[in-house]
Design a protein around this ligand. Structure first.
Ligand code: MLT
Length: 394
């Protein structure tokens, strides 16, 4: 008799952002006239930049012509894009071989699936709070998860705990949700630790484009020794606005081996069975992201969101709410006032000022009492959110 995979019974009932949507729908049903500002999920609001759109149009035209039409593409991505991604690492003085680049339809897909090529024994170490996908995917696979506390006293940047012996280590820098960014020295400690205990670091760099401070690393591969112990996941979603287009990439260095097996070969084997690649049109759009013209246009989009982040952060300062993030990341992480829990503050903001944010507790137990506001809304909405927040008194 068929049964549900028991691992799924160990999950929270709903995925965080589904819970938020459900709450919002209920509220809107009861308050159909409410004017809600959504600063919850980190979804971009600016359109794709003009150069990328032009590249997509021309790729669509190619698909209309028998001589330039593309069917199934290579499952790890077209070489033109893998080369461009590898080349982009030069700016961080990092040398990546295009063969080490695996193009996919999203960082969420890769961050959740990569763990399944490793044995479910042992446990994954996840900084708490962080992106809920790391925990959910490991639970679904039947691997245990242990949290490493990220809190005010360690500036939300936990360091290796020598008493722990995980097989997988998830690091997200800039962190979602706190916006904290590891320094080179801190990442070096993580790399040395991973090598010492023979663990693999899964480094989520989805928000690297938001780093403003000069000396902070954008890639784990800027750190000596990292090629032996790390996988990096990055995305076109947050920098180039591809949340609705879907394109990302994972870097698995050829030096990353378990015994004499190359981890990249196993990932490739997995992908060939489960994934048919990203559309040609999307990959041409992603290629265009690296042109100097697009880079200028994208920089303008990033400045737009950064202006929003600054506005939110200043507003919170003005009304006396402790907050961090927003400078090297698109998220502002705040402490709920009046000792409210994260979900209490969610309800409070929704009911009193019609603003949706993300409860910190959805990112892990340590996020309780905290809250995340996204800077990816429109400037007009962010300005309106500022006015509404300033009406609150704590
Ligand atoms: C977030 O809001 O945490 C992210 O947008 C979710 C995602 O990228 O899947």
């Amino acid at each position: 008799m068929i049964r549900i995979n028991d691992n799924f019974k160990n999950l929270e009932k709903n995925y965080l952002f589904v819970d938020i949507e459900r709450k919002l729908e209920e509220y809107q049903k009861e308050n159909p006239k409410a004017d809600i500002i959504k600063l919850g999920i980190g979804d971009v609001t600016l359109p794709l930049c003009p150069s990328v759109i032009r590249a997509m149009h021309s790729a669509v035209d190619e698909m209309a012509d028998k001589s330039t039409f593309h069917g199934y593409g290579p499952q790890s991505g077209y070489m033109f894009l893998r080369e461009a991604i590898a080349k982009n690492y030069y700016k961080y003085n990092v040398s990546i071989n295009p063969e080490e680049v695996y193009v996919s339809d999203g960082a969420k897909t890769d961050a959740s699936c990569i763990q399944e090529i490793f044995s479910p024994d042992g446990y994954a170490l996840v900084c708490d709070p962080s992106y809920p996908v790391y925990v959910d995917s490991n639970i679904m696979f039947g691997r245990k998860v242990r949290y490493l506390s990220a809190n005010e006293s360690n500036n939300f940047l936990p360091m290796p705990d020598e008493t722990l012996n995980p097989s997988l280590i998830y690091l997200c820098s800039p962190n979602n949700p706190t916006g904290a960014v590891y320094s080179r020295e801190q990442l070096k400690k993580w790399v040395d630790y991973a090598i010492r205990i023979q663990a693999i670091i899964i480094f989520d760099a989805a928000y690297e484009a938001f780093i403003e401070e000069k000396d902070l690393p954008h890639s784990i591969f800027e750190i000596e020794g990292s090629r032996e112990c790390s996988i990096e996941i990055c995305s076109f979603s947050k920098n180039a606005g591809f949340t609705g287009i879907r394109c990302a990439y994972t870097i698995i260095p050829s030096d990353l081996k378990i015994g004499n097996i190359k981890v990249g070969d196993i990932w490739s084997r997995r992908q060939s069975a489960k994934f048919n690649g990203v559309s040609y049109v999307t990959q041409r759009a992603a290629l265009e992201v690296f042109s100097s013209k697009s880079q200028k246009e994208i920089a303008e989009c990033l400045s737009y969101y950064k202006r929003n982040a600054k506005l939110i952060s200043e507003t919170l300062d003005n009304i006396g709410i402790w907050n961090i993030g927003g400078n090297n990341s698109p998220y502002i992480w705040l402490k709920c006032p009046l000792k409210m829990t994260s979900w209490e503050f969610f309800d409070y903001l929704l009911k009193n000022v019609g603003i949706i944010g993300t409860p910190g507790s959805g990112f892990g137990p340590n996020g309780e009492g905290f809250f995340r506001i996204s800077s990816f809304g429109s400037y007009e909405n962010t300005l309106e959110a500022k006015k509404r927040l300033e009406l609150l008194e704590f």
